[in-house]
Design a protein around this ligand. Structure first.
Ligand code: HEM
Length: 476
């Protein structure tokens, strides 16, 4: 074993169970820290490399160097029927799917989505307005989730799931036999993501899961099926209506240039499940963390409020055009995403071809490598004062900002980076658009009183906040 000298938890050398247990407990990113040094063996053939230089090598665009990486079989656990742009591990298949999905995320497409987003934000605001000054606290995470799920379903299925309107994540869906089934859509996404993040760790975990009586596994499997069924029903409903709408689903259908057949339905279901899970709780958790950071730093809060006041009239809900160029808002978001790390864990990549030398180690082909995002985003040598929430670090100079952006892994890097955010200048894309608009709206409109002095979070695949209890009142 040429890799024997690499440090790490003793048991992880022999079995993937150590890593599986950490994932199950929702704390992978905390367990894979710098305790053992930058290169850690976290499973028999999986290494975590917390070194700034590893980012470009593992997630870069280079396909011709000595070492080539591609997404590992970890992502098979995220496949819903057929692989999506996110879960496919085949490079050619990814290029095809990415070309199609990218058409739904072009700059022009985003402008067309803007009215849908704005309408959902208006519903969100009217709900929060009605809760202001009332007894009891409001869980902002819950309402951010309702909003981001409604936006995503509006864009991916043709209509919002109606969580904002009903004030619940339990949605009704018509079955093929005409009966109506009630499902908690947020819980489905949550469970599916968590179980996938555990099962993906080893090819034999799914087999083990089938024989284990633990309800975590069985309910996780049910969630995966439930979510795919849910997406299928919505895609069918949309196709049967024959309506054309300038939304994500409309663009995915148009980009295929073929007749509707079973293969196409399967692909549409896979993509819409991906988009619903990739785009909703990620954005909601990021927003929750951002509100928390801004509110716990009064000076930053004041500065941001002053910037927003310059472009938004007192009672108004801002438009994205008004807020998209606000410099301080941008760097507050950059810094919040860095500090919180919505994707905190490392995305596993597989070392392809004949392997090669990597950080002094001879890696055989088939070795999995990941670069832990949270650790990189808190690496002393890059950030200097990583534990301080300091948006100003992004304003020191354009060169510094470019340098820091290289190590902001919140949206991934390279060919598999998020479709909804430009990675070097992160304020372009659907996720950025939503985050800018919603953060600006809430900070501008409400007095927010935090009910807790800390932010609870856990990790599925995404690093999620658990809740954010606040008291709200209108400023104007
Ligand atoms: C703040 C919100 C978001 C964060 C932090 C985030 C983060 C990420 C990250 C880190 C990846 C790479 C994951 C990996 O390599 O395993 C990714 C991929 C992806 N994200 Fe996002 N995302 C966000 C919002 C969205 C939204 C709004 C959408 C679309 C509706 C979206 C769609 C996707 C897709 C389709 C991929 C797969 C891309 C590919 O493999 O080519 N994400 N996202």
């Amino acid at each position: 074993d040429t890799l024997r000298q690499i440090p790490g938890p003793f048991i992880a050398r022999w079995t993937p169970l150590w890593l599986g247990y950490q994932a199950w407990m929702g704390r992978c990113y905390l367990a894979i820290d710098m305790k053992y040094g930058p290169v850690v063996r976290i499973a028999p053939t999986h290494f975590s490399v917390a070194h700034p230089d590893a980012v470009g090598i593992v997630y870069g665009h280079s396909h011709g160097g000595e070492l080539t990486f591609d997404k590992s079989q970890f992502y098979d656990a995220f496949v819903a029927g057929t692989p999506s742009v996110f879960s496919t591990t085949n490079r050619k298949d990814h290029a095809y799917k990415r070309r199609i999905v990218s058409q739904a995320f072009s700059y022009r497409a985003l402008e067309q989505f803007s009215p849908f987003i704005q309408t959902n934000v208006a519903t969100f605001v009217s709900k929060l307005d009605s809760m202001c000054e009332k007894e009891g606290s409001i869980d902002l995470l819950k309402w951010f989730n309702y909003l981001t799920f409604d936006i995503l379903s509006d864009l991916a299925f043709g209509e919002p799931l109606g969580m904002l309107a009903t004030g619940t994540s339990v949605v009704s869906a018509q079955q093929t036999d005409g009966t109506v089934k009630k499902e908690d859509a947020i819980a489905l996404v949550d469970k599916r993501e968590h179980i996938s993040a555990v099962l993906g760790i080893s090819p034999w975990f799914p087999w083990l899961a089938r024989i284990l009586p633990d309800p975590f596994y069985s309910s996780g499997r049910e969630s995966a099926t439930g979510l795919a069924d849910f997406a299928r029903r919505n895609v069918w409903k949309r196709l049967n209506s024959g309506a054309h709408r300038e939304d994500i689903l409309g663009k995915l259908i148009a980009a295929r240039e073929s007749e509707v057949d079973t293969e196409m339905i399967k692909e549409l279901v896979a993509e819409t499940v991906t988009l619903l899970s990739a785009g909703s709780d990620t954005t909601a958790s990021s927003l929750t963390a951002l509100i928390y950071f801004v509110k716990t730093h009064p000076q930053i809060h004041r500065k941001l409020t002053a910037e927003l006041k310059q472009v938004i009239d007192q009672e108004d809900i801002p438009t994205h055009t008004q807020v998209k160029k606000l410099e301080y808002l941008r760097v507050v978001i950059n810094e919040g995403l860095r500090h919180y790390a919505t994707m905190a864990t490392g995305f596993p990549e597989l070392c392809l071809r004949g392997g090669g030398t990597f950080f002094g180690q001879n890696l055989p082909a088939g070795t999995e490598i990941s670069v832990p995002a949270f650790t990189i985003q808190h690496h002393d040598s890059i950030w200097g004062d990583p534990d301080v929430f300091r948006p100003e670090r992004w304003l020191e100079s354009p060169e510094k900002r470019k340098y820091l952006s290289r190590y902001l892994l919140t949206f991934g890097k390279g060919p598999r980076a998020c479709v909804s955010a430009h990675t070097n200048h992160i304020m372009i894309g659907l996720a950025c658009m939503e985050t800018q608009l919603i953060l600006a709206t809430v900070i501008h409109r409400y007095n927010i009183e935090l009910e807790s002095d800390h932010l609870d979070s856990t990790e599925g695949f995404v690093h999620k906040t658990k809740h954010l209890l606040v008291k709200l009142s209108r400023k104007f």
